[in-house]
Write a protein that binds this ligand. Structure first.
Ligand SMILES: [Zn+2]
Length: 425
C-alpha cells in the first residue's frame, strides 16, 4: 500500500462541491453556464496555496492526509467569488442622495448639480494616501467576509494625474497586503472634472497624451476603462482613450450603453475590449459583435436598482446568443454593495439568470473578465486555492435565501482567512 501524501489542508465531505471546471481557456457560454461541474460528497486537497486534487471524498482521503481538515458535510463549497467591476477606491459617502433619488432626481441630474461623482472626487482628492488605504482596507474585509476573494478595482475619483496615481497605488498596496487580490483599472475618464467642464476634448487629450503614458510607465494598471455615455465621454472620445491605453499595453474595458443606446457595445467589439459593462441599452447587433469579438458582458444588477431604473440588462438574450456573461457589484458611493451573495440574488430576480448561471458568472466567467481564467475562478488542479464553504446544503440557496451572509469559511491562497463567518487576523 502506498503512503499517503501529506498536504496543508483537506476540505472533505462537501454535500455539493461546485467546481466550475472545464472553462479555464474560455468563458462558459449558453448552456455551459448551467454546468457547475458538481461533485457530490466532494473533497479538495490543498498544498502551497494551490489545489492538488479535487475528487469524491473517498478518493481524496485514499491518497492524502493533512494537518488541517475542514469537515464540509451538509454544506456547499464553491470557488471564491470574483467581483469583476468595482469603484473600490473612494473617500466619503453620499447617503443624502438616496433621498434625492427617491424624489425622482436622475443620475445625470445629480451629476450636473455638482453632486454625484464630483462630490466623491472632492472627498477623494482631500484624502491622504494613508487615509484612503485605511478606508479601502475595511472595504476589502467586508468583501472577503461575504465571499469575494478577487476584486477588480478602478481609479476614477481622483481625476488629476496625482490623485489617480494615489488611488492606483492604494490598490497595489492593498492587493500586496491581502487578503483580497485586487486587479487594477485606470478610469481617468470616469467623469469630466470640474476644471474641464467645457473643455472635454482638452481633457481627453491630456488623459491620452500624459496620464496613460505615466500610469503605464509605473505599471499601475492592467486595464483602461472609460465611462462612455451621452454627454460625458461619447464614442469617439472613448475610442481615443481606449486605443491610447491599448498602445501602451492597457487592456480596454468600457462602461457601455448604461443609460442611453450610444453604441458602446459596438465600440467594445471594435477595440477588442476584454469586457463591456452595464449594457442596459446595448443594441442586439452590438451584442452579436461582442460575441464575435469575444467581449465578455459584465452585468451589474445593483446599478439599475440603486439608480431606481425599471430597466435591466437583457441577460437572457445575451446567454441565448452565446455572449459570455459575468457579474460585478459596481461598488461605488452610489451603489454601496459589498456582499456578492446579494449580486447573485439580484441576478436571479432581476436578470432572470438561474442560480447556476449566476454562480458561473461570479466565478470562472468573472475570472475571464479580468484575464485571470487560468489562475482562479474554478476548483481545478493547479489553480489557486480560493475556496468558499457556505452554510447551505444546495447551491440553489444562493439567490434564494438572501440578505443574510451564508459564508462560513473562506480559503484564500490556501489559507483559511474566514472561519465561522469571522475574519482570522
Ligand atoms: Zn462602474
Amino acid at each position: 500500500m502506498l503512503a499517503k501524501t501529506n498536504v496543508d489542508l483537506i476540505i472533505e465531505h462537501s454535500k455539493q462541491l461546485v467546481t466550475a471546471r472545464g472553462h479555464s481557456d474560455a468563458p462558459a457560454i449558453g448552456l455551459e453556464m448551467e454546468d457547475l461541474g458538481r461533485i457530490d460528497d466532494g473533497a479538495i486537497a490543498v498544498n502551497d496555496g494551490k489545489i492538488l486534487a479535487v475528487e469524491r471524498t473517498s478518493e481524496v482521503l485514499a491518497n492524502y492526509s493533512a494537518m488541517k481538515t475542514i469537515d464540509a458535510s451538509g454544506r456547499i463549497v464553491t470557488p471564491g467569488f470574483i467581483d469583476a467591476h468595482t469603484h473600490l477606491v473612494f473617500a466619503g459617502s453620499r447617503e443624502t442622495e438616496l433621498e434625492l433619488k427617491i424624489k425622482g432626481a436622475g443620475y445625470l441630474e445629480i451629476l450636473q448639480s455638482g453632486g454625484g461623482i464630483l462630490r466623491t472626487v472632492r472627498d477623494t482628492r482631500a484624502a491622504s494616501k494613508e487615509q484612503l488605504l485605511q478606508i479601502c482596507k475595511k472595504r476589502c474585509m467586508n468583501l472577503i467576509t461575504h465571499g469575494a476573494t478577487t476584486v477588480e478595482a478602478k481609479s476614477g475619483y481622483g481625476l488629476t494625474l496625482e490623485d489617480e496615481i494615489k488611488s492606483l497605488e492604494v490598490v497595489r498596496q492593498l492587493s500586496a497586503e491581502g487578503p483580497v487580490t485586487l486587479v487594477s483599472t485606470f478610469l481617468g475618464a470616469h467623469a469630466i472634472p470640474p476644471e474641464y467642464q467645457t473643455r472635454v476634448s482638452e481633457y481627453v487629450e491630456q488623459v491620452c497624451e500624459e496620464w496613460i503614458p505615466e500610469i503605464a510607465k509605473r505599471k499601475l494598471a492592467v486595464f483602461c476603462d472609460v465611462f462612455c455615455e451621452k454627454g460625458v465621454f461619447e464614442i469617439e472620445d472613448s475610442r481615443r482613450i481606449l486605443e491610447a491605453g491599448k498602445r501602451l499595453g492597457l487592456i480596454p474595458k468600457i462602461h457601455a450603453d448604461e443609460l442611453f443606446p450610444l453604441g458602446g457595445a459596438e465600440l467594445a467589439a471594435q477595440v477588442g475590449a476584454v469586457s463591456a459593462d452595464h449594457l442596459l441599452f446595448a443594441s442586439h447587433s452590438g451584442l452579436l459583435q461582442m460575441k464575435e469579438a469575444g467581449v465578455i458582458a459584465v452585468l451589474l444588477p445593483a446599478a439599475p436598482l440603486t439608480l431606481m431604473l425599471d430597466k435591466y440588462a437583457d441577460a437572457r438574450r445575451m446567454i441565448a446568443d452565446g455572449v459570455p456573461v459575468a457579474l460585478g457589484s459596481d461598488l461605488s458611493p452610489s451603489c454601496w454593495l459589498e456582499n456578492h451573495q446579494l449580486i447573485i440574488a439580484l441576478a436571479c430576480y432581476k436578470l432572470r439568470m438561474t442560480p447556476a448561471e449566476a454562480i458561473m458568472a461570479s466565478t470562472i466567467n468573472a475570472a475571464h473578465a479580468i484575464r485571470r481564467g487560468h489562475e482562479i475562478g474554478s476548483i481545478e488542479v493547479g489553480k489557486k486555492a480560493d475556496i468558499l464553504i457556505l452554510d447551505a446544503d444546495d447551491y440553489r440557496f444562493l439567490g434564494y435565501r438572501f440578505g443574510r451572509n451564508v459564508i462560513d469559511s473562506v480559503v484564500k491562497n490556501g489559507h483559511v482567512v474566514v472561519e465561522d463567518g469571522r475574519f482570522n487576523a
